[in-house]
Each structure stands twice: as C-alpha cells, then as structure tokens.
Design a protein around this ligand. Structure first.
Ligand SMILES: *Cc1c(COP(=O)(O)O)cnc(C)c1O
Length: 222
C-alpha cells in the first residue's frame, strides 16, 4: 500500500481525541511530502540534526515533534521551531530547554518520559522522580517550558497482557498527576502506542500515538 493509503487507513480508525504523530525518522523528504500531501501535518523525528534538515526543506505549517533522547547541547538547534519534545527525563535538560526557549521568546511544550517497561532502559523517570520534579522549586522557576503530559514506551514483547499493564500504569499515573496542576504543568496528553500496539494504547487511554513503519514501511538503518 502507498503512504497515503496507509495513513488514510490508520486515520479512519482513530477516535477524534487521538493525535497521530507520523514518525518519519530515516525516511527521505519525498516520503514525508507524500504524507504531507495526504493531509498529515504532525511529524516525529528522533534525531535533532535530521529534524532540522527536514524542517528547513519542508512547508512551515508542519508541527515537528522530537520523540527521541535529547542531548542538551543540541537543544538550541530545534528551539526556534520544535512543537513538542516527548522524551524529557531530567531537570537539567528541562533547564536547558527553558534557556533556549527564552532566547527564542517562546514557551516550549514537553512531555515527561516515564519508565513503564519492565526491561532495563536507560531513559525515562520513575513515577516518584517525576512527581518530585514537578513539585520542585527548580521546576517552578522555569517560565519558558510547559509540561503538557506524559510519554511512555512499553516493553518490546509479544505479551499483550504485559503491554496492557504498562500502558494502564501510564494512564493511572497521568490521572493522579492531574491534581498537581501549576502554571507550567498542564497534563493533557498521554503519548503512548507505536505501529505494533497503538490500538491497545488507545484502549488504555492514549491521546497521542507515534506511528512510523505502519505508515512509511520498514526502516533501513545503514
Ligand atoms: C521509532 C519510534 C516510534 C515508531 O515506531 P514504529 O514501530 O515504526 O511505529 C515511536 N516512538 C519512538 C520513541 C520511536 O523512536
């Protein structure tokens, strides 16, 4: 099937409250433009350099989401235009994003990445760490960032019951965090679900899915 057909197929199944982020990492601009012409306006990349190059070449009504691990020293390159940063997992990075957002006279929206997978991953915070961060004085001083929700990645497994348990944990955490609201913490978005598990993620409360290979085909990392 073509990129357009894949997109239309996925979109026809989505409830209206769910945003589709088309994950275009490793794919050429021509593929992204095919999705753009089919009406897609939200794209996700996991490398800052690659996202900047695509941003420069593509129409300016696109929302660019950074879905990968962010290195502090590269935040400045995306600060002028990035719409949402999904994988924020420490205060040091948030401070850097805040600094670069201020330079650009912007408020940058971010999601806190929560460790929900059973497998050992380097990225993401525990629920307690996230709670402490949101309530900290350091966080309350950041005026140019806003945490608008949570992001999580389930364990890479075929076991649906385990994935479901992990997605449900993120949803429960999100609901419990809703009571914390402050000027820079406004939880609205739960980013969970990829090509293999987005239907389940939506059943578990996802409001934003990050889908790559089901739209653009398998990736080739050479
Ligand atoms: C690559 C990636 C995706 C998309 O994965 P697919 O299985 O191709 O849909 C989603 N989220 C993150 C964080 C990714 O790095």
């Amino acid at each position: 099937m073509s990129i357009k057909e894949n997109l239309n197929h996925i979109k026809s199944e989505l409830p209206p409250h769910v945003t589709l982020v088309a994950v275009s990492k490793t794919k050429p601009v021509s593929d992204l433009m095919e999705a753009y012409h089919a009406g897609q306006r939200v794209f996700g990349e996991n490398k800052i350099q690659e996202m900047v190059e695509k941003y420069e070449q593509m129409p300016k009504d696109i929302e660019w989401h950074m879905i990968g691990h962010v290195q502090s020293n590269k935040v400045k390159y995306m600060a002028p235009f990035v719409r949402l940063i999904h994988g924020v997992d420490n205060i040091k990075l948030l401070k850097e994003i805040n600094k670069e957002a201020l330079k650009n006279n912007r408020i940058i929206d971010c999601l806190l990445q929560i460790k929900i997978a059973e497998e050992d991953t380097k990225f993401g915070m525990t629920i307690t760490e996230a709670q402490e961060l949101i309530k900290s004085k350091a966080f309350s001083e950041l005026k140019n960032i806003r945490i608008v929700g949570l992001m999580g990645m389930a364990t890479f497994t075929e076991k649906l019951d385990q994935i479901k348990k992990e997605f449900t944990l993120l949803k429960t955490t999100f609901d419990s965090f809703k009571t914390i609201e402050s000027f820079n913490f406004k939880p609205e978005t739960i980013s969970m679900g990829m090509s293999g598990d987005y239907q389940l993620a939506i059943e578990c409360g996802s409001t934003m899915i990050r889908v790559g290979s089901s739209i653009f085909g398998e990736r080739n990392y050479n």
